[in-house]
Ligand binder design. Structure first.
Ligand code: ADP
Ligand code: MG
Length: 249
């Protein structure tokens, strides 16, 4: 198995609080790896260190064998790390198609040479339209982003992250705030990407995790107390205890 992303004894402290406690985590090529855990367990803190927005106090982060611990977020993106854009980064006045084209432009780059610019321009729109046509937003291409439903915005954010052609995608609660149908659609979208892109996702929705995760790591007080299949996690007494009555069915 090829490991596309991993951490080695990662530690993050906020004052006296150990938010990440010697975390060893691997994401294998093609897998959907979910991180679950109670509120305040350190899930977002972990994601933020992986994408480079937060610097760990100790430990290492590797992408495809290279140590990226000290690299800037943009460098990690260049090496194949993707993460979903925040909703606020969508241009409300612009259409779905225009928003997505910006993400493709960012990857294909700008050029000052007029002929290159012309062909890049065409490539940007071709890639945009190809991706849109295969997406659940195909019929919403000309709708302004501000008129999308919450679920559609989440889908657009995901498409924008995929436009960067990432090898590993980090998703912090992709189902948050989604209704039943919308989260089912998002699960289907993510499942359809299995194999094409490796994913590390933090998620509260246990049904969603059960429906798509190949492996699940359980984070409690900054520590990974187990990694296994959802079935193994559900059967673990240690996990049940850690959730202290919270429902993990
Ligand atoms: P989760 O995403 O699992 O709910 P977080 O990673 O957001 O957990 O937070 C883990 C712990 O670290 C919490 O106790 C939280 O209050 C604390 N924490 C998170 N970010 C900061 C910060 N920037 N400064 C101080 N404490 C923080
Ligand atoms: Mg969080």
């Amino acid at each position: 198995m090829t490991v596309v992303l991993c951490t080695d004894k990662l530690v993050k402290r906020f004052g006296g609080l150990l938010a990440t406690d010697n975390v060893d985590l691997t994401v294998e090529e093609g897998e959907i790896h979910a991180v679950i855990g109670p509120n305040g367990a350190g899930k977002s803190t972990l994601i933020n260190q992986l994408c480079g927005n937060l610097q760990p106090n100790e430990g290492r982060i590797f992408m495809g064998g290279s140590d990226v611990t000290m690299t800037a977020p943009a460098e990690r993106v260049r090496r194949g790390l993707g993460r979903t854009f925040q909703i606020t980064s969508l241009l409300g006045e612009s259409t779905v198609r225009q928003n997505l084209s910006i993400a493709f432009q960012a990857r294909l780059g700008n050029t000052m040479r007029i002929l290159d610019a012309f062909s890049k321009h065409r490539e940007v729109w071709q890639e945009t339209d190809t991706m849109l046509a295969q997406s659940p937003l195909a019929h919403r291409a000309d709708i302004k982003a501000e008129n999308l439903s919450h679920g559609e915005r989440k889908q657009l954010e995901l498409l924008m992250a995929l436009a960067g052609k990432p090898k590993v995608l980090l998703l912090d609660e992709p189902m948050a705030g989604l209704g039943h149908t919308e989260s089912r659609d998002m699960v289907e979208t993510l499942k359809a990407l299995r194999g094409a892109v490796s994913m590390l996702l933090v998620e509260h929705d246990m049904d969603a995790v059960a429906a798509m995760a190949d492996r699940v790591s359980v984070l409690v007080y900054g520590r990974i107390i187990m990694t296994g299949t959802m079935k193994e996690v559900r059967e673990s007494a240690a996990v049940r205890e850690a959730y202290l009555g919270e429902d993990i069915e």
